[in-house]
Design a protein around this ligand. Structure first.
Ligand code: GUN
Ligand code: ZN
Length: 437
């Protein structure tokens, strides 16, 4: 049994903050500590209390004056797109056809998938992200590499073999039967192994025939506890083509509804251009709209109304994500910095408490995994990030004039990146400094 005591300033949310002054929405301990036993947070509180409860010979790591938060969570990324990020394209469909689909074809090779998996986890941990929800490629080998590496690192990851059987190169297509069989095989091989969660992953309605959507529906019925992930209403041209392919559906959202793919475990990437009717359906089914701000700006897809959609009479659940490699940064700080600017353009305010809630507890709630990750609550997994808001000379200088916690968080969000991540812990084990980068 290993027991460690981490000392630092603790920050963890109890619920979504109602305003910038809502100090009851979070726990902040200016001299706090966590007692970690076998990868679980055994005790959280003031240093004095935690120290008193710890064994006398406990190993103590002093992270003062830094902040200790739950590990950051990214609810939409593409594992095979690390060599797609920063590709110059006019819009989503051009970007997919010119760069993304050809690149994903390479994941038929196990050795390539394994190499990228190593880089993938190294990079996410450098950025302080301890859980991500990922699309693998259509090839089962890519899912095998993704989950094997997650297990090696004892990380809680959600991922799925993409199902796609049309409108892409031959090397990137399965069939309704193969998509079904291989997704089943991935579930049987990986779901519940280590901390792995498998997601049913029809890429989007353009690349799945009605027969394949029925296969995804069958999987969803057989495995009702699994996450489902797909893309929705990202780009006007995409929406027009999708609705042409499914003329019987009322709108894009209705396609997924008809195949029983909406629900509390469904994550819908982008969901930018929704009608009121569609937002109502997402709300009624408990489906999650995943905001991907850097991607939505990079591909010119549009401005997701994050604040407005959560404030409706029928509010929509939301998550936030990088969408690597349509997204332009691995950093959740950069992601929230862009999310902030999008709200500014829409005449809304996204305050720093909102942002840090969304990156941690908010995303855990979106995944229905808040009993395990996203907070510093006792009994949950010790996935943590240690943050320094004075990590660079410019940040250090700006910190001289920072007086409050929200100001510090806003500075981290605006100027921070991987350099602000002093340490990342996975199930109580320090991993960032071990990477040596
Ligand atoms: N829609 C379908 N596939 C993708 C993808 O890989 N990235 C983005 N941004 N949108 C998609
Ligand atoms: Zn995506």
């Amino acid at each position: 049994m290993t027991t460690t005591l981490l000392r630092g300033r603790l920050l963890s949310f109890h619920r979504a903050p109602a305003s910038l002054n809502d100090s009851e929405s979070y726990l902040y301990e200016s001299d706090g500590a966590l007692l970690i036993r076998d990868g679980i947070i055994a005790k959280a509180g003031s240093y004095a209390d935690v120290k008193a409860a710890a064994p006398e010979d406990v190993e103590e790591v002093d992270h003062r004056p830094h902040l200790i938060l739950p590990g950051l969570i990214d609810t939409h990324v593409h594992f095979p797109q690390m060599q797609v990020i920063a590709s110059y394209a006019a819009n989503l469909l051009e970007w997919l056809n010119t760069y993304t689909f050809p690149e994903e074809c390479r994941f038929v090779e196990t050795a390539h998938a394994e190499r990228i998996a190593t880089h993938f986890y190294d990079e996410f941990l450098r950025q302080g992200t301890t859980t991500a929800v990922a699309y693998c490629s259509v090839h089962k080998a890519s899912a095998d590499a993704f989950f094997a590496e997650a297990m090696k690192r004892n990380m809680l990851m959600v991922g799925g073999k993409v199902m796609m059987d049309r409108h892409a190169p031959q090397g990137l297509l399965d069939t309704p039967q193969l998509g079904y069989d291989e997704t089943r095989a991935v579930i049987e091989q990986w779901h519940g192994k280590g901390r792995n969660h498998v997601a049913i992953t029809p890429r989007f309605a353009i690349t799945s025939t009605p027969e394949q959507m029925s296969a995804a529906q069958a999987l969803a019925q057989e495995f009702p506890d699994l996450h489902i992930q797909t893309h929705l209403s990202e780009n006007h041209e995409e929406i027009r083509f999708t609705c042409e392919l499914y003329p019987e559906a009322t709108d894009y959202t209705d396609i997924y509804a008809r195949y029983g793919l909406l629900g509390k475990r469904t994550l819908l990437g982008h969901a930018i251009h929704l009608s009121d009717r569609e937002a109502d359906v997402l709300s009624e089914t408990g489906s999650v709209a995943v905001h991907c701000p850097t991607s939505n700006l990079f591909l010119g897809s549009g401005l997701f109304p994050l604040k407005a959609i959560t404030r409706r009479d029928k509010p929509v659940r939301v998550g936030v994500a990088t969408d690597i490699g349509g997204g332009s940064s691995y950093s959740m700080f950069k992601t929230m910095d862009e999310a902030y600017k999008i709200q500014q353009l829409l005449g809304e305010r996204l305050n720093p408490l909102d942002s840090f809630y969304l990156m941690t507890r908010g995303n855990a709630e979106a995944l229905s995994l808040v009993d395990r990750i996203g907070t510093l609550e006792e009994g949950t997994d010790a996935d943590l990030v240690v943050l320094d808001a004075a990590a660079t000379p410019a940040m250090k200088l700006r910190m001289e004039t920072v007086n409050t916690l929200p100001e510090e968080l806003f500075l981290l969000q605006t100027l921070g990146d991987d350099r602000s991540v002093v340490e990342t812990y996975v199930a109580g084990v320090a991993v960032k400094t071990v990477l040596g980068k």
